[in-house]
Structures are given as C-alpha cells and as structure tokens.
Design a binder for this molecule. Structure first.
Ligand SMILES: O[C@@H]1[C@@H](O)[C@H](O[C@@H]2CO[C@@H](O[C@@H]3CO[C@@H](O)[C@H](O)[C@H]3O)[C@H](O)[C@H]2O)OC[C@H]1O
Length: 473
C-alpha cells in the first residue's frame, strides 16, 4: 500500500486505480463547536469558564475524557460498516501551541489525533487532517474559535508565520503515513482581499513540501471554500494538490426561502450553486473534493410533531445532492459524524447524563438562537428587529455591503453580533456552572455520554450514505 495522490482530476492509489473518498467530518471533537458539542460561544471561552468553575485539574480531566470517548473503536467499526472510507479530522491549533508560549510544540496534541488516525487505519478508513482553527481566526465564524466576527489571521503576519511553523511540525510527524489521505491546511478562509489567501497558500505549500513531498494537499477556496476565482496561475506550481469546495444547499436549512420538494427548477438551482463553486476548477481540469456539505435536522424536543416531516424533506435534499455528486464521481465528506442531535450521523441520546444535565440550558440556547448554524430565531426575532431597523435607517445603502456580503447581509450581521456573539458570551458561565460540585467519577460519566453506545443513529441519513458509498455514475 502506498500514499494516495492526485492524478489529473482524480485521486488514485499506487496502482493508478481511482479512489473516491466518501465520508464525514469529525467536527466538535478536537475542534469543539457550540451546536455540535452543546455549549454557547467558542471553545476557548468554555474551556476557560470550566477551569474557573471547577478548577484546572477537573476541567482538564473532563475535556480529556471527552476527547477519548468522542471517537473510539466502535465508531470506526460502525463508520466502516457503512461502506465509507474517509474521515476529515478538524483540529484546533490550541492543542499544539499555547498563545502565551508560541512556537513551542505541545506534544500532548498528538495524543488523540494519533489515536484516532490509527483506529481509522485499522478499519481501512483514510483520514484528512484539517486545521479548522488557526491563530487569529482564518474566517469570520465561531468555528475558528476567536470569539469575534473578524478574521484577524489575514492582518497579522505572525499568525500566518505560526501556522506555517505548525504545519511544518505536523508534516514532519505524519510524513509517510499511508492512511492519511492528505492535509487540509486551512478550513474555510475568508480573506476580504482575496489575494492574501493565495500568497499564504504559496507559502504553506512550499513549507509542507520541504518536509513532506508526498501527501495530497487539499486547499479550500476563499469565502468558506466557495470561491477560487482569484487564484490565478498559482495552481501551476502546486503538485499533488486537490481543491476543496463546501457545498451546503440552502434547501437543507430552516432558513430556506421555500420548502424543498425536488421540483425540476429546485434541482436545477441546487445543481447550479454546486456547479458555480467548481466551475473555475473544472475549466483548469483540477481535482475537486467536497469537504463539507449536508442538511441539518429537526429535533423532537424542539420541533415536536413536525420533526419527521421536516426530516423527510432534508433526506430528499441529501439524496438529490448525492445524485449530482455521483454523476461527477465526486469525493465528499459530509458534515458531520457525531453531535448532540442537529446534524450528525450519530448523536448523543437525550437520556444521557450530559443531555440530562444541560436539558433546560440547551432549550434556552435554542430559544434564544445563540448558535449561528441553522438558527431558528422565531422566538426572538421581534427583539432584534428594532435594532436591525435602526441600523438600516441610519446606514445608507451604499455602506451596507461589508464582506462577506452578500452571504452575510446587514440583518445577518446584526443578528450575529448581538445574538451569536454578545448573548452567547453571557451564557458561557451558566454552562460551566452545571458542572460545579461534580467529582471525577461523575465527570467521567458526563463525558461518556459521547460514547458510541450512548448515541442514537440517524438511520435515514446513514441509509442514504451507505446506498451511495460505492455508487458511481
Ligand atoms: O465548522 C463548520 C464550518 O466549517 C461551516 O462553516 C459555514 C459554511 O457555510 C457558510 O455559509 C454559507 C455562506 O454562503 C451561502 O451561499 C451558503 O449557502 C452558506 O452555507 C457559513 O457562514 C460558515 O460558517 O459551518 C458549520 C460548522 O460546524
């Protein structure tokens, strides 16, 4: 067995045989996320708050157990049984480098990453290493763990230097590992100038290649992996490189402008948005990987009797997206393997200690729509409307289009800053207080809620993924 590599538009093995990577992202694990793992705000905030509430030792214990239980042999076995062959592993740079001790490698960061790569390999699953959170934040989202809405990675050279340094260390550690399909150096950059991302990719490509000449590099397009139009001729100097689009269909989300029923015009729109993201790559005959996509789902505890009906529609979206991908023999990684019930292939059961402990708090979070991803703001819309109207009234139309407009319009930005950043920040302490007074045994049981056998399986989703796992055009 040898390393996978890019050959033209395809990924191939050592016998030149095409390998279509089909799998999921392990979001919420080494890069925890609010809606995935069940807390408000960002990972750095809850880690600090828990340490403040129960002490460094106990909080360190809890997070380490969480990392262990989140993905174990049972998970790899199940994943492989579905016919899937690749897991994208998002991780946060904080596991490898402390902001107050920059450029000193924390070897402890490899503990769980190595463990999961090995578990996957034992079940014939490739992995793709995804730096989801870089110093300063490479994008505007909560998932790059900076607590704000600005991607400061692009304005401080030192943040970029540290990321290059980190990838040199990672490449040194993982070079030659045949079960690693490749490196995804930066999740979803949002560079408002569109040029700095290309300059950075040139640097990171050279830096990785100087250490590791063989692994595939998967570069995300700018603006959440949707736009390659400013990449110019840089790709001509990048060997063994694939390009990642993220293809979330608006039809798979609560905010969809119309109910999806798979009509011809709707399917055409779905096809067009996907096509638009890869058009530039196709014109240059480059290798495309869909690194994130997938609908979110309704939950009984929130959507009640409407849950099943809503989810039938979401499964339809899922199937129709896959039909498009199969025609292109596309490699893909659905978002998300495991979570607390919104998007995962498996999700923590509501009867577990974690979900029981946080039941009322999670319901409050849902009602206040403090998570940005797929938020349902119907209970609080009226509160933010006057604020949006006020800004609209005072800000002339020509000044309203701040990058990443039009993906984020003015009302989205007001909602993001006031709900998803401001209100959520005030809820962080409340989350941590749930753990006060728990001993190590109780903390272990709470963390164990994330074990495979404590999870429900989203059968409808897994069935569709399995049916498509080996399908080609
Ligand atoms: O960690 C993941 C994260 O990678 C993912 O990021 C989101 C990707 O989608 C972005 O929204 C798109 C904006 O453009 C529209 O045209 C698309 O329809 C939208 O999907 C969003 O802003 C990013 O945060 O999200 C899920 C996280 O868990």
């Amino acid at each position: 067995m040898s390393l996978l590599r890019v050959s033209g538009t395809k990924i191939v093995d050592e016998d030149e045989k095409e390998v279509i990577l089909r799998g999921a992202g392990l979001g919420g694990w080494m890069n925890m996320e609010n809606f995935v793992s069940g807390y408000p705000g960002c990972e750095f905030q809850i880690r600090q708050a828990l340490a403040d509430a129960i002490g460094e030792e106990k909080s360190g214990y809890f997070f380490d157990k969480f990392l262990e239980y989140f993905f174990m042999d049972d998970d790899a076995k199940f994943f492989s049984s579905l016919g899937l062959n690749c897991i994208r592993l998002p991780f946060n740079y904080h596991h490898f480098e402390d902001d107050m001790n920059p450029r000193v490698l924390k070897e402890s960061g490899f503990k769980h990453l190595d463990r999961v790569i090995e578990l996957c390999a034992a079940h014939n699953i490739y992995t793709i290493l995804d730096l989801h959170t870089a110093p300063g934040g490479q994008n505007t989202g909560w998932h790059s763990d900076h607590g704000g809405h600005l991607a400061n990675f692009w304005v401080h050279k030192d943040f970029q230097d540290r990321t290059v340094w980190l990838w040199e260390k990672l490449a040194e550690h993982y070079k030659g590992n045949k079960w690693i399909a490749g490196y995804n150096p930066l999740n979803e950059p949002t560079d408002s100038m569109h040029t700095r991302v290309v300059s950075f990719y040139k640097r990171i490509h050279s830096a990785i290649r100087a250490v590791d000449p063989s692994h595939i590099i998967f570069f995300d397009g700018n603006t959440w992996a949707q736009d390659f139009s400013h990449f110019g001729d840089a790709h001509k100097n990048w060997d063994n490189t694939a390009y990642s689009i993220h293809d979330y269909s608006p039809f798979g989300f609560p905010a969809s402008h119309e109910p999806y029923s798979g009509t011809e015009p709707q399917r055409q729109r779905m096809q067009q948005t996907y096509q638009k993201k890869r058009e530039w790559l196709d014109e240059r005959e480059l290798c495309v990987w869909n690194g994130e996509w997938g609908p979110v789902y309704a939950r009984k505890q929130y959507e009640g009797d409407a849950t099943e009906k809503i989810n039938e529609v979401r499964f339809r979206v899922l199937k129709d997206q896959l039909e498009i991908y199969n025609k292109d023999r596309l490699s893909w990684s659905i978002w998300l393997y495991k979570d607390i019930g919104f998007q995962g292939m498996v999700y923590v059961s509501t009867s577990t200690p974690y979900m029981t402990l946080l039941r009322h708090f999670l319901a409050k979070k849902h009602r206040l729509a403090v998570d940005q991803w797929g938020a349902d703001d119907s209970a609080v819309k009226h509160i933010y409307k006057p604020l949006i109207d006020h800004v609209l009234e005072e800000i002339p139309a020509e000044n309203r289009e701040i990058y990443p407009h039009p993906a984020w319009r003015l009302p989205d930005r007001v909602g993001l800053l006031s709900r998803n950043i401001l209100v959520s920040e005030f809820m962080v302490k409340e989350w941590a207080e749930h753990f006060v007074g728990k001993d190590l045994d109780e903390l272990d049981k709470i963390a164990a809620s994330f074990k495979f056998d404590a999870c429900e399986k989203r059968e409808g989703l897994n069935k569709v993924l399995t049916e498509n796992a080996k399908a080609v055009a």
